[in-house]
Design a protein. Structure first.
Length: 121
């Protein structure tokens, strides 16, 4: 039996992590992806998702924990704001490891007519 459900992007990404059977979720709740982490935490809390949630102190630490968990053989999911990934260290050289992790990156959409750095909400 199948069903259709409408949901926003952060909730859909959380369900994607659940359906991918992520076992470890290291994350730092930071806007705009706080909702994503909140959805995952709720799925874990109510038993819908069987995973270990690790609240870390920053986006770089989340990636470090993701790499460590992946190296230990766990399925890993983490999320980041749009500002975090450009400042993360480069991935290992090709062929040096076979680590895998899934990551969602959340971004803000600037309202039309709102120039950059104008202070528009």
């Amino acid at each position: 039996m199948s069903f259709t459900r409408m949901m926003e992007g952060n909730e859909a990404a959380a369900w994607g992590a659940k359906l991918a059977r992520a076992e470890v979720v290291p994350a730092y709740p930071i806007t705009p992806q706080t909702e994503l982490i909140s959805h995952i935490a709720t799925l874990i809390e109510n038993g819908t998702m069987k995973a270990e949630y690790i609240k870390v102190e920053g986006e770089h630490t989340a990636m470090a924990a993701a790499v460590g968990a992946s190296a230990a053989g766990a399925r890993v999911f983490t999320a980041s704001s749009s500002q975090g990934p450009p400042w993360e260290p480069p991935p290992p050289e090709p062929g040096s490891s076979r680590l895998a992790a899934a990551r969602a990156s959340a971004t803000w959409r600037r309202p039309s007519g709102c120039p950059p750095a104008s202070g528009c909400p």
